[in-house]
Design a protein around this ligand. Structure first.
Ligand code: F6R
Length: 365
């Protein structure tokens, strides 16, 4: 049931604080350390791993892009994320020192399963992150992390995504703890900061009215662009996918630094450009990119982390998100993009939970 909400998607967006909490807290022991029952990686196993692929489709792939940052930062192992339908056919280099991490809400996505089988046949170890207990992906993996998002009914993925992010942070921290590749202090600092995420997501829900106003502005546009740098580029990709799949507006995400290499030619008067800016060390660069698109007539909408210098930001509209560590920011920055997609779809009278041409679980190629 929709539990009093108009759509499953909105219900699932609002379930995120609880889903994140469950995924995280149920895996912390009395000392606050991460315990992963279905992952049996030893120090010996990890020392042997020279390369990690993260393979997934759609939204789960976007989670994998964030996972790369977390694993490289914490566990210090090179990571290459790839789209499953590409990975399976490109003859990637795989050997016994390869770990493949598959991310799949349903655990039944055909291309993701095929990628697992391909990697397994070449000797790779398989670790999966999935929301469905006993799913094909889970059964065919050596190690499993179950996101405790609960059933996701809306086709557009929301709570599965944010719990996949939490899962990837936890897997990365777990590996780091085994390898001793980060200090104890840093390990516990990140866990503490993760515990604060559910309340911060809750804070963002208070911005719904502001977000509805922006939905009114973008609803009749032909194109909407998302721009970002670093982890904000990953959110841009996810935000653009969410918006296009349920509003049917053409959207694209660009790495903000790529604008002047071609894409800025697309900016016309009143083209909405949504700029995600949560990364302290990239903020000034993002501010310049906002200026660049505004100078070409764009209607700039910024998603900005509180605490960053407001006086620098000259966007037409700004949605603030709570202060958060750079590495964890994707859990928060995505929430306004989910709500914006949702309200735009509602205003347009679309079938929000069952957008045209799409299936919840893609079990064919
Ligand atoms: C988008 C969306 C899809 C899925 C993709 C993978 O909102 O839901 O892009 O993320 O089809 O599905 P799973 O995670 O079930 O493998």
């Amino acid at each position: 049931s929709k539990g009093g909400y108009d759509h499953f998607m909105l219900k699932e967006i609002y379930e995120q604080p609880r889903a994140i909490k469950e995924t995280l807290l149920r895996r912390l022991d009395d000392n606050g350390r991460i315990v992963l029952d279905d992952i049996n990686l030893t120090k010996e196993d990890l020392d042997k791993i020279s390369k990690i692929y993260i393979v997934a489709c759609g939204t789960a792939y976007h989670a994998g892009l964030v996972g790369r940052y977390a694993i490289e930062r914490f566990a210090k192992i090179p990571v290459e994320p790839d789209v499953a339908s590409e990975f399976r056919y490109r003859e990637p280099f795989i050997d016994e020192n390869t770990l493949l991490i598959a991310v799949s809400q349903s655990g039944e996505t055909a291309d993701t399963l095929a990628a697992i089988r391909e990697a397994k046949s070449k000797g790779a170890r398989i670790l999966s992150i999935t929301n469905v207990v006993g799913s094909s992906v889970a059964r065919e993996s050596d190690d499993v992390f179950y996101t405790w998002a609960g059933p996701e009914i809306a086709v557009a993925s929301t709570k599965a995504y944010t719990t996949q992010l939490v899962a990837l942070y936890m897997v990365a921290l777990h590996m780091a703890n085994i390898k001793k590749s980060i200090s104890e202090d840093y390990y516990f600092e990140i866990i503490e900061k993760m515990k604060a995420l559910p309340d911060k997501v809750e804070e963002i829900f208070k911005k719904s009215d502001e977000i509805k106003k922006i939905a009114e502005i973008i609803k009749d546009k032909n194109s909407v662009f998302y721009i970002g740098r670093g982890l904000d580029y990953q959110t841009s990709m996810e935000g653009a996918l969410k918006l296009k799949e349920i509003s049917y507006i053409h959207t694209e995400a660009f790495a903000a630094g790529e604008l002047k290499h071609g894409t800025i030619a697309l900016i016309e008067k009143e083209t909405p450009v949504i700029a995600v800016a949560s990364q302290d060390y990239l903020y000034e660069k993002m501010v310049s990119n906002i200026q660049e698109v505004k100078a070409r007539g764009a209607y700039a909408i910024a998603i900005v982390k509180e605490g960053l210098d407001e006086s620098l930001n000259h966007a037409d509209e700004t949605i603030y998100i709570p202060e958060v560590d750079n590495i964890l920011a994707p859990v928060l920055t995505v929430v306004p993009t989910q709500l914006l997609a949702y309200y735009t779809s509602v205003i347009k009278g679309n079938d929000v939970d069952k957008p045209r041409n799409l299936a919840k679980s893609v079990t064919v190629e």
